[in-house]
Design a binder for this molecule. Structure first.
Ligand SMILES: Cc1cc2nc3c(=O)[nH]c(=O)nc-3n(C[C@H](O)[C@H](O)[C@H](O)COP(=O)(O)OP(=O)(O)OC[C@H]3O[C@@H](n4cnc5c(N)ncnc54)[C@H](O)[C@@H]3O)c2cc1C
Length: 439
């Protein structure tokens, strides 16, 4: 009886509290992992939400990704040595990092800004906050696992990183020390441990490190689980609608317009990944994001393996799922283009063979190769927040290699911003950034 009365009071209070939000409808443009997460947290606090995507929901950049949820990735993509590596590898068609040279103002300006951020001081400035942001998101995944009825192979086995050269291993050991200073568990791994954890696999490596607190999911199953839950909760999905233009009046966005349909907008969340700059341009906003194409191949498991491994110098991620294994890698800065370059897919598989000589490369069906576009910001940090020139426009994009990791926390922050609840906890990496992109 008491419980009944209490729950009635709580529900009444919640309804009054959320009632003020309910009148506003939020349009989320982009139904990738970031758009879906925004929809989830906005819906959770009572907003009515519509998600628009040019493709079917689920068919986005997270679908074939490596599935890592990595607080250990506290060094942003814009880190010392990245541009040098990109230039060195430009002539190698199988290299893991490649910048397609082209006389395009947005690319040149992005490269200039990216290069400016590839410094030790930038990494030092952002690593603590990036680690905390990733850890916060990791905790939200634990909550989601309890709430979402459709499971998504959420595994807490940690992630190994192996190196072939003594120099790279020494750099990884320095990373372990930095991780420990940030409050993370990380350690060097002995040969004996590799033999125990991966008994079927031969390694040709100098050494390895281990981040026990990282996790992984099956990203396709996570996308599907979130999508199904949102449908049950009444979120409206408008699929296969390419938004061609965004209209505005004064300081407000008013409408998004597709080929045959248009939608009035109360509040717009721009979550279009690598497509975000093109759309933002229509509002006079310049967003420094370039698409970073990556590939993956998913096949039957050739070995008994439960724990992911990163092949360090090759930048290849190996992810075990229930019966399958995924090899993912490559960062091609080559525009918004999803075509598959088989030379780079070969490059990924040959790297696996180099590190793990008993990998039977001939047995791999490369027709299964998949490509996705990571939205890479110029400073390697996500762009999450309001744009100062518009009262009803927020952006959630630019997550590069961390989109899956950071999806829940991004959704939560966007919901807090729109409902005026955001306390700017990640001030050192998320505020003021928009002064430089909004014009
Ligand atoms: C090989 C690879 C491995 C990766 N591994 C990991 C990993 O292990 N862990 C991790 O955290 N991250 C990983 N990532 C990165 C992660 O997948 C991305 O950061 C993330 O998926 C980006 O999500 P998004 O929603 O911002 O963009 P997207 O998934 O690209 O979603 C944007 C959506 O907007 C839609 N859209 C665009 N323009 C329009 C328009 N005009 N009208 C309507 N809809 C539009 C698109 O169709 C798309 O569905 C990996 C990426 C790749 C490629």
């Amino acid at each position: 009886m008491l419980i009944d009365i209490l729950s009635t009071i709580c529900l009444t209070d919640l309804t009054i509290f959320f009632g003020s939000f309910m009148s506003k409808e939020i349009t989320v443009l982009g139904g990738g992992i970031i758009g879906l997460s925004c929809a989830y947290y906005l819906n959770q606090i009572g907003y009515s939400v519509r998600v628009i995507d040019q493709r079917k929901i689920g068919d986005s950049c997270a679908l074939g990704n490596a599935g890592y949820i990595t607080p250990s990735h506290f060094v942003p993509l814009a880190a010392p040595g990245m541009v040098k590596k990109g230039i060195q590898w430009m002539l190698n068609p199988e290299s893991p990092f490649y910048i397609h040279p082209k006389l395009d103002w947005s690319l040149l300006s992005w490269l200039w800004q990216f290069n400016r951020h590839c410094t030790r001081s930038h990494v030092e400035r952002v690593k603590q906050a990036l680690f905390e942001l990733c850890s916060h998101s990791h905790r939200l995944y634990l909550d989601l696992e309890q709430v979402l009825p459709q499971k998504f192979q959420f595994q807490h086995n940690g992630i190994y990183v192996v190196s072939q050269t003594a120099k790279a291993q020494a750099e990884e050991l320095a990373l372990v020390r930095q991780a420990q200073q940030l409050g993370m568990n990380a350690r060097e791994v002995s040969r004996g441990e590799f033999d125990r954890v991966f008994p079927d696999m031969e390694f040709d490596i100098d050494g390895g490190i281990y981040f026990p607190e990282d996790s992984h999911v099956h990203p396709g199953e996570f996308l599907s689980s979130l999508h199904n839950e949102l449908k049950i909760r009444g979120v409206e999905f408008c699929e296969n609608i390419e938004v061609k233009s965004i209209l505005s009046k004064g300081a407000r966005v008013t409408k998004v317009v597709g080929e045959t349909q248009s939608f009035s907008v109360d509040e717009l969340v721009l979550a279009c990944g690598s497509w975000t700059p093109e759309l933002a341009k229509q509002l006079g906003i310049s967003i420094p994001i370039q698409a970073g194409k990556g590939y993956s191949v998913t096949v039957d498991k050739p070995w008994e393996i439960e724990t992911p491994i990163i092949l360090n110098e090759a930048a290849v991620a190996i992810t075990p799922f229930k019966d399958k294994i995924r090899f993912a890698g490559t960062m091609e800065i080559a525009g918004v283009d999803l075509s598959i370059n088989t030379r780079r897919v070969d490059g990924i598989l040959k790297s696996v063979k180099r590190y793990i000589p008993n990998f039977d490369i001939e047995s791999i069906d490369k027709s299964e190769a998949w490509a996705g576009l990571r939205p890479c910001s110029a400073d390697g940090l996500p762009l999450i927040g309001r744009l100062p020139s518009y009262q009803n426009l927020t952006i959630a994009a630019g997550h590069a290699m961390l989109g899956l990791t950071l999806a829940p926390v991004t959704g939560q922050i966007i919901a807090e911003i729109i409902s005026d609840q955001y306390e700017n906890k990640y001030a050192s990496i998320l505020p003021t950034r928009f002064d430089s992109v909004a014009k």
